[in-house]
Design a protein around this ligand. Sequence first.
Ligand code: SF4
Ligand code: SF4
Length: 186
Amino acid sequence: MGRLPGGGLAKGLAVTLRTMTRRSITRQYPEVQPDLPPRSRGVIALFEENCTVCMLCARECPDWCIYIDSHKETLPAEGGGRPRTRNVLDRFAIDFALCMYCGICIEVCPFDALFWSPEFEYAEYDIAELTHEKERLREWMWTVPPPQAHDPSAEPPKEVAAAEKAAARAARSPRTGPPPGPGERG
Ligand code: SF4
Ligand code: SF4
């Protein structure tokens, strides 16, 4: 069957009309800020107090864009014990010109010292300014959203489930209560 002459034109006009009557979805940024999901990967924030200078994040970063300097400090022990040494953080910087926002550093940090903030407005005219030192990384902590509430229908954490199982076992067992004393064993 042959096509009607002008059929393609009519089809094209129909698409144009349909699109014209649809609500525009143009984002009016920067006049209107985008409504970003709380887990957006905007910038990395450092909670310095939690950092033990273990270097795990710098070692695992695929871009080598985390720079850490530290020195050791010896603390005199109280009560005549051996003096303790601890790492003191001198420099912690992330070069966001190199960072690929993979999140590995945040995942591997064993001490919850790194967090995602959804903040993204930190473009610079000078690329060197994209290296954020620890003071600036600390400032981003103010923009880190609180952790999301647990999904009520999700499985409980493994630790809680294990503790509940142990408590249920103890409640079922006839030998509850404190263990018998030396003379009480039958
Ligand atoms: S997000 Fe990835 S690339 Fe960026 S600093 Fe962390 S580990 Fe490195
Ligand atoms: S992994 Fe965490 S604790 Fe270790 S150096 Fe990096 S930020 Fe600090």
